[in-house]
Design a protein around this ligand. Structure first.
Ligand code: SF4
Length: 153
């Protein structure tokens, strides 16, 4: 057990993420709009014990009604454009939209198809851009933490 905890501490140090401030938090709703699932693997790793997004006050939630950030992976397929708008409309203000991966940003390998509407920009206003194919867990965590507003007391 202690060996595992020491290993986790070392991995977290090597990830070089910012220290936990305890003063901010964000709820994240993830939607796969048409990705190849590699972006989801990296997002899952970001929430796993090695990187542990929750220690920064970042939590992945099941409903857009509870979310501050709509985190979207993949290019937007024609079938997912409408559900994305519905999810965005269900979110309380203030709300942010994050495009995770090159496909969501419109420069990925899955963009050229008649079933693809386009990048996330074509459907929703994008506030956070996380490039990469797929982005690393460090890049995902750093981009979301940079957008996390200070908590008002
Ligand atoms: S950016 Fe890369 S990893 Fe992410 S959905 Fe597109 S092809 Fe897959």
């Amino acid at each position: 057990m202690f060996v595992l905890l020491r290993h986790l501490q070392r991995v977290r140090r090597e990830a070089a993420l910012p220290k936990r401030s305890g003063a901010r938090s964000l709820a994240i709703r993830h939607v796969d709009a048409g990705s190849c699932n590699a972006c989801e693997h990296e997002l899952t790793a970001t929430a796993a014990p090695q990187y542990d997004l929750q220690r920064f006050g970042l939590d992945i939630v099941a409903s857009p009604r509870h979310a501050d950030v709509l985190l979207v992976t993949g290019p937007v397929t024609s079938r997912m454009a409408s559900p994305l708008r519905v999810a965005y409309d269900a979110m309380p203000e203030p709300r942010l939209v994050a495009a995770l991966g090159d496909c969501a940003l419109g420069c990925g390998v899955l963009g050229a198809s008649t079933e693809i509407v386009g990048s996330l920009d074509a459907v929703l206003p994008v506030d956070i851009r996380i490039p990469g194919c797929p982005p690393t867990p460090q890049a995902i965590a750093a981009a979301i933490l940079a957008a996390t507003p200070p908590r008002r007391l």
